[in-house]
Structure formats: C-alpha cells, structure tokens
Design a protein. Structure first.
Lengths: 319, 269, 709
C-alpha cells in the first residue's frame, strides 16, 4: 500500500483552489522516494485541466473521463473507489468542501477505508497515520487514527495548507471510470443576485458585523460607520440569514472569501469556523466582542473586549 | 408516505470544562446537551412537506430517529412537539465509541425497517462537525443522495425531487435526483417553528420507541470502535494563538483602533 | 294656607282610565324590553368561560358601593370630568330614587295596604331635593357637552393607533354620535321635566295647595313665572302639560328600554365590574389548569363571563389610552381599543340567538373587532391601564391570555423566540452557563455564603440582569458590600437560581414559566432562610404574588424595605449627606404593582437628597419600556421609545443632577436613553444602591456632574 491519491475539485469547468492545497499537504505524507503523488481529474474533458494541475509536487495526473458535465456524487464516488481499488494508495486526500460532503463519506463507507473529515494536520507516528481535527465547536483538538485500515481517506480543511509554488511536468495517464447510471443530474447554477452589487472578494478593508448587533435597527449605525472609515460593510451568516443584510455581504464558507482584504474589523462576531473560513487568512484582523472567550480572539491580531456600540460610537468620532 | 429524519443530541462545552481521565473526551459534567441546530431545519422541512401534502391522497408520517443514550429523549420530545409523529431511539453500551459511520450503519438499519420515502439528516452536527453521517447512511442503503441542501421541491411519494445545494461563495447548484433519497439539510432552508414548553410537556406523554441492535439486525461488532472507520486517540485543549488585547477606556480603545485603521489604509491621521 | 298634610301631586290628574292604562302598558312594555335586553346581555356573558372569584360577595358589594358613591376612581387624573360626573350620577340617582319612591307609594303600598306617605312635609322636601337633583344633572350634562364640543380633549376623538384609515372599523364617528345622543337624550328628559313641571304649575295656579308651595320646586317655579309672564294661560299650561307629559314619559321609557343596548348600560356593568375586580389582576396572572385542552384566548368565548362583563363596563373615558407607554410612543396599541374591539366582536357574535360556528369566533387578526399580533406584542404589561381604569377593567390579563395563543403558534419576533429557547436551555436570558451566574462574587473581598449549603437569615434572590449584565453587576457588588457592612447574614443560591419567570409569564409562555417557578421553588425549599430579599422588582413581584400558587410561600422584600430598616436601625451609618437634586423613577413592578412607593423616598431623604418629583410619579410612573418581554423584542425602526419619552420628562427638571432608579432593567434602559436623548453630561442615572454606597463613604466615588467639588 503506497502512494498518495488526490482528487481534484472542479466546478463549472474550472479547478478550485482547494486542489492546489491538497498538493502541498500531500508532500508531508510522502514516506519514501517511491511514494508518488497522483491527482485524479474527474471531468468530462479532463485533458483540458491538466496544465492547471501540473504543480510542483505532483508526480502523476490521472485523467478520468466521465459523462457528467458537473459534479455528481455517484460519479465521483464510483470513480474514486475504482481508482483506489486499482491502485491501492495508502492515503487519499480530498478537500473538506461542499462537493466532498456529497460523496466522501459514501466513498469511505462503501470501500471500508479509514476516514476522517475537516482534518487540519496529519502525520505518520510509528508508521501509523494520525490525523488531527477539532471537537466541541472547535474548542478542543482531537487526534484520531485508523487501526487496521490499509487505505485512509482524509478530507482536509481549506485555507490551512498553502498552495505549492512552481510547476512540474507530471506523467499523464488515463483511467476508465466505471459505467454507471447517474441517479442525480445537474440542472443549473444560480448566482444569488441582489440589487447590492458589492464585491466582497475585492474589498481591501472590511468592517463586518455579527449576531452581536442584536437587531436589524442597529445595522444602520454600522453601515454609516463603515462608510465613514472607508470600509466595505460585511457580515456573518446569522445576519444574512435574518435578512438584516443581503447575502452578497456574507463572509464565510457559504458566503464570500475576503480574498483581497488586508484589514478586517469584526464587530460582534464570535468566530464560528464557517465564518473564519472566509477571513482568517487576512493579515490584520481586529476583533471587538463583549465575550472575552470568543474564538475570534484566537485568530485576530488585535482584540478589544467591550460593548460594540460604545466602541463604534467612539470610533466614529475619529473620522 | 413516510419521512425519516435522523437527529442528534449534541453537546456544548460548559465553563471551565475538564478532559476526563482517559484523555479521550470531556468530563460529562461539563457538557450541555441540546438538539443539533441543523436538525431543527431538517425536521422543519419534513413538517412543511407533510403540511403541504395535508388533505391529499395519503397522510405523511414523520418519524425521527436518534442514536443516543436516554438523555437524548429530551431532544426527541422536542421533535415530537414540533410535529414529528413517532420517535425512535437506539442505544446500548456497545454503541459507545462509534464514529459517524458506525452511527450511520444503525440509521440505515432503521431506514430498512421503517421504509421511508426520504431520509433527512443535518449537514453536520454543531459539536463534532463530521458532516458524514447522512451520506454514509446513503451508502449503506445505496440510495441516491445530495448534501448541503438549501432548497427542496418534493412531493411525498414522488420518484424525483429537485433541490439546490449551497456552494462556496453563495452560488446555488440546482440538481434533480431520484427518490427515495438521502438529503443532508443546510441551515437557512426554512425558519424552524417554535415549540412551546406546553407542547413539549404534552409530548412527554407520548412514547419513544426504543430499538435494540438485535431488532435492527446490526451486530455489536458493526458498531462501537470496531464498526468505525476512525478511532479517537486523544482529546486535548490546544495552545491557541491569541490576539494582542487593547486595554483601557472605551475612548482609548477606539483611538487605538482608529490609529490601526489609518495606518493601514493610509488615510490622513 | 291649606293644611300642609294634604299637599301632594295628584298623579295622572285628568287622565282618562284608558290613558292611564296606555301609560302603564307602555311602561310594562319598556320594562319588558329592558329585561329582554338584560337577558341578551346576560346570555352573552354566559357564553364565556367560567370564572372563579375570590372573597365573599357581600364584602365585594360593600366595597363597590363605597367606590361608586365616593366616585374616587372617576375623579382620578381628570378632576373636572370627575366633578361633572358626580353631578350627573347624584342627580340621576336621586331622580331615580324619587321615581322609585313614587312608585312605592302609588303602585305598591297604596293599593296593597292603603298606606300613603308621599304628601305633606315629606312631599315638599322630596320636591325640593329632586328639583336640585335635576339641576345638578343638567349642570353635569352641560359641562360634558362643553367638554366634548369645545374643549375637545384628544382622547375623546377616539382616534385609534391599531387601525389605518380605510380599515372598516377605523371610523369612530358612531361612538361619538352615541355619546352625543346619550347626553342630549338625558338633557331633553331633564329639560322637558322642568318645563312639564312649570306647565303644571301654571295649569294649577288656581289651586292653593299647589301654587302656594311652588317654591319647593324652585326651578319649575322660576320657569312657571317666566311662562306666565310670557302670557301662558292656565288652559294653555294644561295643554302643554298634557302634551309634554306624554313626550317626556315616552322618551324616558324609551331611554329605560334601551339601557341594555346602549352606553347607558354602564350603570350596571361598571358597578358589576367594580364589584368583581381582582386587585391583583396584573400582579398575579391566572394559571392554566392541567387538564385544559387549549391554552390562551383564541375565541371570544375563551374569555370568562367576568371579562365579557367588564368589556361592557368601558365608557371610553380614555384614561388607559393616555397612560399607556406603548401608545405614547406611537406603537399600534391602545388598551382602550383592545377592550372596545373585543366588545364589538362580542356584541357581533354573542348577542345572536344562535352561537356562530367556532371559526367565526377567532379574535386574532386584522378584521373588524379583532386584535392584531402587533398590538398584543406592543404591550409592556406595566399595568398603568389597569391601575387607572375607573371601572376596574383588567386589560393586562386579557392581553397576556391572547399572547399565550400567539406563543403556542410560534407567532412572535424571532429574537423573542430565541430568548425563550435560551432561557429554557440555560435558565437565564443571556445564554450564559449556569456556572457563571455567581461570577460577580469572585472579585469581592469577602465570601458570599452559599445558601444551598448552609442556612442563612436572608436569602438574596439576585436575578438575571443583576447577575450577568456588566453594568448591573457593579450594582450587585455594591449591594453585597452594603449587606456585608451592615452585618446581615445573607446568602445566594449560586447555580441553583434560575430566571424568576415574571417576564416569561407576561410574554405568555406559561409552560416555561411553570418550569422556571418549579425549579426556583425547589431550590428555595431546599434552602433554609427566614426571608428573601431581591434587588429586582420583577423577581420580587412574581415570587411574592405568583409563586404561592405553585407551592412557594415565602416572605420577600424588595431591597429598599430592608435597607430602609438598616438605615433607621443604624446598622448602616450614613457618613455624609449627598446634597444632590434627584428625581426618583418608580419601577412598575415595585411601585404600581406592589405599592412600594415610600421606602425609596425615605432612603433618599435619609441620604440628604433633594427629591423633585416628575409629573408622572408613584402610581402614574411611566414605564421604561422593557416590561412584558419587550426587552427581548427589537423596537421598530423610527418609533420613539418610552425610555426617551421619560428622559425628556426628567430633563425638564431644572438643575437635576441624578435620575435615581431601583430596578436593573430601568438602569439599562435609562442609561441608554440618557445618551440617545443627548442628556449625557447634564445629569446621571444611578441606582439607589450606588447613592447609598456614596453616602456611607466619606468621599464621593465619582462626582456627579454639576456637583461642586
């Protein structure tokens, strides 16, 4: 049992950044020179995506041509399982993403492979694979292992492993995916549009509000504050779900990623993992929260424990 | 017509919690239990489908199932109060130490017994966030499945359903799938109803059916650690990075924050 | 002069027997109609649910007679109306008693026993009193007309905040017409009565036993002289008397017949409502029996017969409308209009011979006579309405019972829903762990006894806000300091204390209230103490008035009572007089609910504060707006808030330095409002405990603005 198999994530014909993160994560898993890293590209036109996967650290690209034009759980599950059974890799890495939510557990169940999700660290200890994930709302860490499992499938948390620098010229092979009758079919993609055409991903300075603002009437104060300080107003999921701000302003796993952001001021946001997914990479994060134990203080650079309304008022007077 | 909804009683950490002596979990004294937030939404979706179908050809029965010890009855009662017709619970000591796949095996066995038209679960649980149980159960049943469903159009008994998955970045992916199927339901798909304390108290009079592994045809070796695809070695409180805290009066703190902003955005001081 | 003994008024003089017969026929017809009307009203009330009345009926009756005769409740906060109504009431009462006296003599004692007393001196004094009574009545009526027609107080235009123009029941002109019709009808009856009396005098001027005694009917005599001077002859007087007699009699009998169908019924319904009043109506809400199928009021028939009767007692005086803090800030709630809507609905549905189908009896909604949920949720349960109502209508329990139905159906603001779920889960509205409830004790330099583990003399029930809200925690710590200094043997329940449930009950989540009360009573029963003290008026109210029903009978005092005693006994020594100008905001649940007005004021006096009362003080204190669960419901954007309204009232006191509160919610609401109304820097908001602390120390903690250093 050797070799590391990665499954590329593809959406609407494009490779998602999570794929590159898997590549760098895989490097740490190499146990010998003959431990090869192979990336499976499962798509209706896999050859087109080969250049995008030719990253440093990739030894082989396996082109798996399938009928489904978009992600389909049955297609991915059966293709990856067939690959595993054919090649018997010791380790299979997939992103912990919306797509993998749809098939990774099924894959591991049907194959009886070792399985852990939302893993942010893993290593071999005395020859055994040990993966670390969170527990109890990310307040503790949990180490898991996979006794007796020759193949282990790990779903890796996003934005933890940095994408590799540089390219490579990996060997490109093909693999015939099993025929199957898909039980789901893709119909369309829908952008959630709104009159508010803000581009959160391009904003360099974001002021985000969370559940701590308490009620819709309080949004106005922060909207005005954001304008005064020159920030784009953003929010966490509960604020968008409640309809206090449009979904287009939501930062987080199901919202936008603050990709271009250099300064992120989070007010009344506790730091749920889904929100952090969208902003914890920002170089300067300032968190203001009444709860000194809020998880956001673990990722922020600066923190203020206080009443967000008082701080907002006082801040306003400086601009 | 029947909808089966798998629910979990999750645990949140209380103040000043302690890891128990075997180092693999938190001391139960410090755990606060409640129904998983996602399950509010999946149950509500099932109840809405039932209410929409009321007066139609056949009545829709909603059955909730929970793999958990006796204190999970509290969450099951809440589900009965919110519109579930029957509640099932499965537990014995051999199930202790099960990962989400072993739990899914049990849920799949319940589904084989109950033969519902659909199986709903939450996308993940708020305590350990495996995001696996529902889809693993689909694999055991070999049923069509979809995860992170944020919108659903389904008539009980129909052989297809149309749904939307909520993707990263807020894009929705509309798909059609064959039924019976397993769906994991995402937050925000609906607004869960309120269950008054009175309705919960009245639900206390309704029975919760306890099922044994034997009745479900599940072997003890298929659950617990031996039936899992991973094993907990240890649980610990990590050293965490922490922000540099800005102290002082509100004015002082705000002034410091203003300076950080001005320095970084290059506006005139 | 003839023998005075024979002086009397000959009834039906010169009437043919058939005319008398006609009159009696009309009389009986009017009485029959009257009783039929009464039957319809009683049938309506009996279609309501059962009611349990405390106390004995004769004591209640006596109290009601006293209240009605004194007119104390009618004069409150509207002295001119009170005075005018006294005139109307006594005038009408005397005239009614007069007619009854005549009937007694002429129709009962005379024919049955041959006894006649209505003559001679008795008759003369009778005539005088009744003449005066009529003038009083007319005077009262005239004032009321002037009030409605010229003074036009806003509350009498019946503009309602819970409907919009265009809604079918928005227009209130029907009520105004009825009011004017009532006034005019009575006035016409009185006026024609005098003219009739004068005409008779003129007609009988030739009869000395009438004419010489005419000044015993002074008003009639004045009119008679005027009419004679104007040329009225005896014969013409007789004819006028004949015609007016029938007119006056007919209108009066019609008036009587229509009493049960018009506003006039308040004569009986107001008295009935006063007799059946529950003095603790808002302080001690009704429980829900175990076996009751449905919870809360959904249908008009879910209200008790007593409540349905009280709906008919309302005379649209508008005092509750004026007192309501929600109405004052523009919320779609007027207690008066809740009562009137339900009354209109009851009349529409329950006065029919057949009871309509249940679906038509639903009082919730936006249709005519229904009450919208926005209206119900706007209520602060401050009981200003109940307290001021002259006829003892109990608005708050009606609103809470309707809220219970909304809660069952989940029809409430999402934030409120979440808060109720949080309280159920953690026992407090902040969502904090139970373990953190006593975190405020950690920074104290002395230990606080654990009443779960050892007996104490005084058990201090701290409450949610006092335990978890950072600003209020300072007050809680200051109170602990006070108790410690005074050497009081006290303890707290630590994690065994839950939210007392007062506001949860007033939101209408009765099931959750039962859970909270049960848990607290269990904790209290396991502890050993003599008395409970609390700094939270809401907890004070529910433990004192509502816990007994659930098995928790404790002696409880608000801290102001305890501290007043400690100060008077010298266990707390005042080191300096504060010398600041203050005003005191009576908390609803301490003041109006439990009559706790004096202890805080006595304490302020002992502290050497100069107390300037706000206009709306004591029983008329203006709620901060947080009650009834409103602190858990976001305020609508754009509306004023009760706390701001109150702040502006305080700001009008010249030289005010400290706005004193003694309730954790008041502290939170008013400190906020101080800033938002732009009064920061003009005066401060302080809890009474903080002022006491300052007076016990030699130097002030923080000088209040405006105080010379």
């Amino acid at each position: 049992m050797s070799g590391i198999l990665l499954v590329a994530e593809i959406r609407r014909g494009e490779l998602r950044p999570a794929t590159a993160e898997l590549v760098s994560a895989a490097q740490a898993a190499r146990r010998g020179s003959d431990d090869r890293v192979a990336v499976a590209v499962i798509a209706d036109d896999p050859q087109r995506l080969v250049p995008g996967v030719s990253l440093a650290g990739v030894d082989e690209i396996i082109a798996v041509k399938v009928a489904a034009p978009e992600f389909d759980p049955d297609t991915f599950e059966s293709a990856v399982r067939a690959l595993i059974e054919a090649r018997k890799p010791a380790l299979v890495l997939v992103p912990h993403s919306i797509d993998s939510f749809g098939y990774a557990a099924a894959l591991a169940t049907k194959g009886g492979y070792g399985f852990a999700t939302d893993v942010f660290r893993f290593e071999y200890q005395d020859g055994a694979l040990v993966a670390t994930r969170g527990g109890y709302g990310q307040k503790v860490n949990v180490e898991v292992d996979f006794p007796g499992k020759d193949v282990v499938v790990l779903a890796l948390r996003g934005n933890v492993f940095k994408p590799p620098e540089g390219g490579s010229s990996p060997a490109v092979t093909s693999f015939a995916a099993p025929d199957l009758q898909p039980r789901t079919n893709s119909r369309s993609f829908i952008e959630v549009s709104s009159a508010d055409d803000v581009d959160m991903a391009a904003a360099e300075f974001i002021l985000a509000i969370g559940r701590g603002i308490g009620e819709q009437a309080k949004v106005e104060q922060f909207r005005e504050l954001a304008a005064a300080v020159g920030a784009t107003l953003g929010c966490s999921r509960p604020v968008a779900d409640a309809g206090w701000l449009p979904k287009s302003r939501q930062v987080g796993q199901s919202g936008k990623t603050a990709s271009a952001c250099k300064l992120y001021v989070a007010m009344g946001i506790s730091g749920a993992i889904q929100h952090l997914a969208g902003m914890k990479h920002v170089s300067t994060i300032v968190a203001v929260n009444a709860d000194a134990g809020a998880s956001i203080f673990n990722v922020a650079k600066y923190g203020i424990v206080g009443d967000i309304f008082e701080i907002a008022d006082a801040l306003r007077s400086h601009f | 017509m029947k909808l089966l909804v798998a629910v979990k009683q999750v645990a949140a950490l209380d103040e000043d919690f302690e890891i128990r002596s075997d180092g693999k979990d938190v001391d139960p004294d410090f755990l606060i239990r409640d129904l998983n937030e996602w399950d509010d939404y999946s149950l509500e979706e099932a109840v809405r489908i039932k209410e929409a179908a009321a007066g139609g050809a056949a009545a829709v029965e909603i059955v909730v199932v929970c793999v958990g010890p006796e204190d999970a009855d509290e969450s099951l009662r809440k589900c009965l109060a919110k519109g579930a017709d029957r509640a099932l619970r499965v537990w014995d000591e051999t199930i202790e130490g099960s990962d989400s796949i072993a739990v899914a095996r049990i849920i799949a066995a319940v589904a084989r017994k109950e033969r519902p038209d659909m199986l709903f679960a939450g996308v993940q649980s708020s305590d350990h966030s495996f995001a696996s149980t529902g889809i693993a159960a689909a694999a055991f049943l070999d049923w069509p499945h979809a995860a992170v469903v944020t919108h659903l159009t389904y008539t009980p008994g129909a052989n297809t359903a149309v749904l939307r998955r909520e993707l990263e970045g807020g894009v929705l992916h509309e798909m059609q799938l064959e039924c019976p199927a397993v769906l994991t339901i995402q937050l925000g798909i609906n607004t869960p109803r309120y269950a008054s304390l009175r309705s919960i108290k009245q639900a206390a009079a309704r029975p919760i059916e306890a099922l044994s592994l034997e009745q479900l045809g599940v072997k003890p070796s298929d659950v617990g650690e031996s039936g899992s695809l991973s094993r907990v070695r240890r649980m610990y409180v990590p050293d965490r990075g922490h922000a540099q805290m800005i102290e002082g009066s509100v004015e002082e703190q705000a002034a410091r924050l203003a300076k950080i902003i001005k320095d970084l955005t290059g506006s005139a001081a | 002069m003839s023998d005075v003994e024979i002086v009397t008024r000959v009834l039906f003089e010169d009437f043919t027997p058939s005319a008398v017969g006609l009159f009696y026929a009309l009389g009986f017809a009017a009485i029959a109609l009257f009783f039929f009307g009464v039957y319809v009203q009683v049938r309506k009330y009996r279609r309501g649910a059962a009611a349990s009345l405390g106390g004995n009926l004769s004591a209640r009756f006596g109290a009601m007679i006293g209240t009605v005769l004194s007119h104390r409740t009618v004069a409150r906060r509207d002295r001119p109306a009170g005075a005018a109504h006294r005139l109307i009431f006594y005038g009408f009462l005397l005239l009614f008693l007069g007619t009854a006296t005549i009937t007694l003599d002429y129709d009962i004692l005379g024919p049955l026993f041959g006894v006649h007393f209505w003559h001679g001196g008795f008759y003369l004094w009778f005539s005088l009193i009744l003449d005066v009574a009529g003038v009083l009545l007319a005077g009262g009526l005239a004032y009321m007309m002037y009030r409605r027609g010229w003074l036009r107080p806003p509350k009498l235009d019946y503009a309602r905040p819970d409907r919009r123009p265009g809604d079918p029941d928005y227009d209130r002109s029907g009520y105004r017409r009825e009011d004017w019709a009532f006034l005019w009808t009575l006035l016409v009856i009185v006026a024609t009565g005098y003219v009739l009396e004068a005409a008779r005098l003129v007609w009988l001027e030739g009869r000395p036993e009438v004419w010489s005694y005419r000044w015993w009917s002074p008003a009639g005599a004045v009119l008679a002289e005027a009419m004679r001077a104007a040329g009225l002859t005896q014969a013409a007087g007789g004819a006028l008397r004949q015609g007016l007699w029938w007119f006056h009699g007919f209108v009066a009998l019609l008036f009587i017949a229509l009493i049960p169908l018009t506003k006039v019924k308040h004569i009986f319904t107001s008295a009935g409502s006063l007799m059946l009043r529950d003095p603790l109506a808002a302080q001690r809400l009704p429980g829900v029996p175990e076996d009751q199928q449905r919870v809360g009021a959904q249908f008009i028939t879910d209200f008790t017969w007593k409540q349905l009767l009280s709906l008919d007692a309302c005379t649209k005086c508008g005092r509750c409308h004026e007192a309501c803090p929600a109405r004052a800030v523009g919320a779609p709630l007027s207690p008066r209009d809740v009562i009137l809507s339900l009354r209109e609905f009851a009349n529409k549905t329950l006065e029919a011979a057949e009871l309509p189908a249940e679906a038509e009896l639903d009082v919730h909604g936006k249709g005519p006579g229904q009450v919208a949920m926005e209206t119900l949720w706007a209520c602060r349960t401050c009981m200003a309405c109940v307290e001021v109502c002259p006829v003892a209508i109990e608005h708050v329990p009606i609103i809470v019972q309707m809220r219970r139905k909304l809660v069952e159906d989940g029809q409430m603001d999402p934030l409120l829903k979440k808060t109720l779920q949080t309280i159920h889960k953690t026992g407090n509205s902040f969502g904090e762990s139970r373990r953190k409830r006593a975190a405020w004790t950690k920074s104290l330099p002395f230990p606080v006894k654990d009443a779960r583990k050892e007996p104490v003399e005084v058990l201090w029930f701290v409450g949610d806000y006092a335990s978890f809200d950072p600003r209020n925690q300072k007050v809680t710590q200051a109170f602990a300091q006070l108790l410690h200094e005074a050497g009081v043997d006290y303890g707290i329940l630590y994690d065994a204390e839950s939210n007392a449930g007062n506001d949860v009950r007033r939101v209408g989540e009765e099931g959750l209230y039962e859970v909270l009360a049960g848990a607290n009573i269990q904790s209290l029963s396991a502890a050993s103490f003599k008395t409970i003290v609390t700094t939270d008026p809401h907890s004070f109210n529910t433990i004192r008035n509502e816990y007994p029903e659930f098995g928790g009978n404790y002696e409880i005092q608000h801290y102001t009572t305890l501290v007043q005693r400690l100060l008077l006994e010298g266990r707390l020594k005042i080191a300096r007089q504060l010398g600041v100008r203050v005003t005191f905001h009576d908390p609803c649940h301490l003041g109006r609910f439990n009559k706790g007005y004096e202890a805080p004021r006595e304490i302020l006096r002992l502290l050497g504060c100069e107390l300037i009362e706000m206009g709306r003080c004591r029983s008329n204190s203006f709620c901060c707006g947080a009650g009834g669960g409103r602190i858990w419901i976001p305020d609508p954007v754009g509306l004023d808030k009760p706390a701001h309204n109150r702040m502006r009232e305080a700001a009008a006191i010249p030289g005010l330095q400290v706005y004193v509160v003694s309730c954790p919610k008041d502290l939170t609401m008013f400190e906020d409002a101080l800033k938002t109304t732009g009064n920061e820097g003009k005066f401060v908001v302080k809890e009474l405990i903080e002022l006491i602390g300052e007076a016990l120390r030699r130097e002030p903690a923080v000088p209040a603005p405006g105080v010379a250093a």
